[in-house]
Design a binder for this molecule. Structure first.
Ligand SMILES: Cc1cc2nc3c(=O)[nH]c(=O)nc-3n(C[C@H](O)[C@H](O)[C@H](O)COP(=O)(O)O)c2cc1C
Length: 402
């Protein structure tokens, strides 16, 4: 029971996706959570409070000023009660009101009065989702710290196709479960200093072109985010990526493998762990030209030299109290090559992703890895999981090595 003892408010607003919410409530209560439901008037047009009372096992609140019942400041009690509030489906109207601080019904008043995290799963017609005011409200609410489970693309109830369909209840459930599990994780890395590298590097060919690889940086960023949540002091050395910087981590931006090497070399002595999740380019053009290479110059031959092997260099200078973790991405003989690297580079752990595995490696949000360390004869393979889950599991594994 992953949600034992957790208290969750599920807020429903007036969209057709209300019919899916009993499934979400069942998933949450099925894992031990206590769920209380708030519905807007519009939501009650789509599904009855009775259904949600039955699946949640609690009375459903719909009104800010119900007749003849003693309610006192129920909105404040509701705002302070949960560990998290999930609004699903969230209408364009709800987003607009929340972004403007309007509190003219029970749900928006509770949202305004709460200090708890709020997760919003919007659902609407694709044009409503694209509406400039909705876009502005979405961006603003995100900036204000509201969390979003973005709508999916597909057919909507109105018959239009596009982005706007509410994320499926199992996806919302998994998000909430991961969120609450992470929030209750102990700060096991407090006092530890972690240096993490992420992303690709670029090797310039001429002033306008460069060579790079498919690394998205997602694994390294997930590690930095997880390490921060576990209490570590994190410095992230990042190549060029299109990701939001992890909250609370110091970032050093680099472009080439040479720059990444200089940054790692300078920083490593004062860190406890170095986790090299980056994919620095292994080759660089032997000659750099100051001018753009002309198309007319045929044939074009590129002479390449190898770049500095950052992991190997760090393995050579690593002190006894430092841990060095490398990542390997192989297209053939993965295990044998990873075992060789582990030894040759003096690593404490090598994490092998095999890109032949569907959903693993570059660009994906999921990864499947095999771990090898000098003390363990057998390699350990973990199942496919999100990079965020993997990051937490991996950091826990590394903590047990030290
Ligand atoms: C059949 C029907 C379906 C609707 N579906 C949605 C929807 O999926 N998303 C949305 O933003 N509004 C939808 N609306 C409009 C909202 O119900 C309307 O804006 C309402 O004022 C929302 O109130 P609330 O945000 O307080 O729940 C729908 C309206 C109707 C009549």
């Amino acid at each position: 029971m992953t949600l034992e003892g957790k208290k969750i408010i599920v807020g429903l607003t007036g969209g057709i996706a209300c019919y899916k919410i009993p499934y979400l409530v069942r998933f949450l209560t099925g894992q031990g959570a206590e769920v209380r439901v708030i519905m807007t008037q519009a939501a009650t047009e789509f599904i009855t409070p009775l259904t949600l009372e039955t699946v949640s096992g609690n009375p459903v609140a719909t009104e800010l000023f119900p007749d003849s019942k003693f309610i006192s400041t129920r909105h404040i009690e509701l705002a302070q009660w949960p560990d998290v509030i999930v609004v699903a489906p969230a209408t364009a109207n709800f987003m607009g009101k929340t972004a403007s601080g309007i509190s003219d019904d029970l749900l928006t008043t509770v949202i305004c009065a709460t200090a708890r995290p709020v997760i919003i799963a919007p659902a609407m017609n694709p044009q409503m989702w694209l509406n400039k005011i909705t876009r502005k409200n979405y961006t603003f609410l995100k900036e204000m710290g509201y969390l979003f489970i973005d709508p999916d693309e597909g057919d909507t109830a109105c018959g239009d196709r596009g982005v706007g369909r509410m994320a499926e209840p199992d996806k919302i459930f998994k998000y909430v479960e991961a969120f609450l599990t992470k929030a209750s994780k102990k700060k096991v890395l407090t006092g530890k200093k972690l240096l993490i590298t992420a992303g690709p590097t670029r090797e310039n060919l001429d002033p306008v072109r460069y060579l790079t690889n498919r690394s998205s940086g997602k694994m390294g960023y997930a590690l930095a985010e997880a390490a921060r949540e576990l209490g570590a002091d994190v410095t992230l050395i990042s190549g060029p990526v299109a990701l939001k910087p992890p909250t609370g981590a110091r970032i050093i931006w680099v472009e080439t493998t040479g720059e990444m090497y200089q940054a790692v070399k300078k920083e490593f002595p004062r860190f406890d762990w170095l986790v090299m999740a980056a994919a620095p380019a292994d080759f660089t053009p032997s000659k750099k030209t100051g001018q753009k290479i002309k198309k007319e110059r045929q044939p074009i031959k590129l002479e390449m030299t190898t770049t500095v092997d950052i992991l190997k260099q760090m393995g050579a200078v690593k002190k006894k109290n430092q841990l060095l973790v490398g990542f390997a991405l192989e297209t053939e003989n993965g295990l044998n090559n990873a075992r060789k690297k582990l030894q040759a580079k003096n690593l404490d752990l090598i994490v092998l992703n095999d890109i032949s595995d569907e959903g693993a490696g570059f660009e994906h949000d999921t990864n499947k890895v095999t771990l090898l360390c000098p003390g363990h004869k057998k390699a350990v393979t973990w199942p496919l999981m999100t990079k965020s889950d993997l990051a937490f599991k991996l950091l826990e594994f590394i903590a047990n090595l030290s």
